[in-house]
Design a protein around this ligand. Structure first.
Ligand SMILES: *Cc1c(COP(=O)(O)O)cnc(C)c1O
Length: 427
């Protein structure tokens, strides 16, 4: 559980394991990513922001980037579209070349994750005609389940739900036990939104490939927080969200990745002019563009796309290996302190103990989780609540300090003890 911290401390002569706030401050002082915090707004606020896994903070450069689009709209009008039209692909290349592992041209930005799930799941099912089953896990994010269920209904497939351990999420044994050649598509989350468990993308992809099933990976909770080995694992399809660890802004367009080896087998169902091989030929016949470009549909939201770029540039500059390493250290601080200070006062830890087995958030269980989250928000410590009894702490390596992690646990312990003594303020 404390492996990463011990490695960290061993080089610094810290011998005890009980982590004090001074220790957390020492980790901040030595943090090679500390300089990136100043590129986010507000840089010197006392808020302890622990919801980077739901809505990433605003990069300092975002307003100016959006303003620049507004000025071009004002000054250049339609002429500006010559460049704007490339934005879904240009941003996909930034993401794929330095934040997730992909080849330029294999990722496009556009639409929401839910819509991209619809397009990719439908395409996968159509590419495996005659197969009657789809698989997902019991801990999948709700929108993934809803979309998968609707496509299964539309196409007459049976949806099987793997009942998985909530802390570990999907293991290779879980998946192997229910795969056969009747399975068309498997929908999995690379980092489980509930527990933060990190799945073995390479091994699970390999198992599915053995029976000819296509895996649609949801990388919403992993893009920008851990390495996402799309190319090296041979993953087929991935979709993900850009308003979480990518800091793209509320409702920022999502992205789609297709493995170039399978892209042309996958015909997505929403035939729009932006996905046409020759968009401006204005032809009567639909002819899909090559590769992932056919997943574009209609005119992209340029203002929202533009706001994604500053966050991507900061993450690319920091480097995903360094971000992943700091994410493991931050979650180690949270898990270690939670075991020391929160478990004795009624909390449970719903996140894998080993740093390599999780993404960048830590989930706790408490019978009064909802009230605790409200109490913390009043003190400007921001976690999130997942019914019925879970709360998540989502540090983001690019702007969260080790002292923030320490303060969040301290505030939770205080709030739970205050509530236990009956000093519950009116909510
Ligand atoms: C946040 C999130 C989504 C969001 O979907 P949208 O349609 O973009 O709102 C989908 N899946 C997962 C796993 C998520 O964490």
């Amino acid at each position: 559980m404390i492996d990463v911290l011990i490695t960290w401390w061993s080089g610094r002569g810290v011998t005890h394991v009980g982590l004090t706030r001074e220790d957390a401050r020492a980790l901040d002082d030595e943090d090679p990513l500390a300089m990136y915090r100043k590129y986010f707004v507000p840089a010197h606020d006392s808020t302890v922001y622990m919801d980077g896994n739901s809505l990433g903070r605003m990069p300092l450069a975002a307003p100016e980037t959006v303003n620049a689009v507004l000025r071009r709209w004002q000054d250049d009008q339609i002429i500006a579209w010559r460049e704007w039209i490339k934005l879904p692909i240009v941003l996909g290349d930034v993401l794929g070349s330095s934040i997730v592992d992909a080849t330029p041209g294999d990722i496009v930005f556009g639409d929401s994750t839910s819509v991209n799930l619809y397009k990719t799941i439908s395409a996968a099912i159509a590419a495996r005609p005659g197969r009657g089953r789809a698989i997902t896990s019991s801990d999948i994010f709700p929108t993934d389940r809803y979309v998968l269920e609707s496509v299964c209904r539309e196409r007459g497939l049976t949806l099987d739900t793997l009942s998985v351990d909530v802390v570990r999420s999907v293991t290779s044994d879980d998946l192997a036990a229910c795969l056969d050649t009747d399975v068309a598509v498997v929908v999995l989350s690379h980092v489980a939104y509930l527990s933060g468990a990190l799945l073995d993308m390479a091994e699970l992809s390999r198992l599915a490939r053995e029976v000819g099933a296509i895996v649609v990976w949801d990388v919403s909770h992993s893009a920008g927080s851990v390495r996402v080995p799309l190319r090296s694992s041979g993953a087929d399809v991935a979709v993900g969200c850009s308003y979480k660890y990518l800091n793209g802004g509320p409702g920022a367009p999502a992205f789609t990745y297709l493995n170039p080896g399978i892209a042309d087998e996958l015909q997505q169902p929403i035939w729009g002019w932006f996905g046409h091989a020759q968009q401006f030929a204005m032809s009567d016949e639909y002819q899909p563009a090559f590769g992932v470009r056919q997943h574009l549909v209609g005119a992209p939201s340029i203002l929202s796309l533009a706001a994604i770029e500053p966050g991507l540039r900061l993450l690319a500059d920091a480097g995903i290996e360094a971000l992943e390493r700091k994410g493991q250290q931050l979650t180690d601080v949270l898990v270690t302190l939670a075991a020391d200070l929160l478990e004795p006062v009624g909390f449970g830890i719903v996140t894998p103990g080993q740093a390599e087995a999780r993404g960048s958030h830590v989930t706790l269980r408490h019978s009064r989780a909802k009230e605790l989250v409200k109490a913390l928000i009043r003190q400007r410590v921001i976690p999130d609540f997942r019914p019925p009894d879970m709360l998540r702490l989502g540090p983001a390596a690019i702007y969260t300090r080790f002292t923030d992690a320490w303060d969040a646990i301290d505030a939770l312990r205080d709030a739970s003890l205050t509530q236990r003594q009956g000093h519950v303020p009116a909510l």
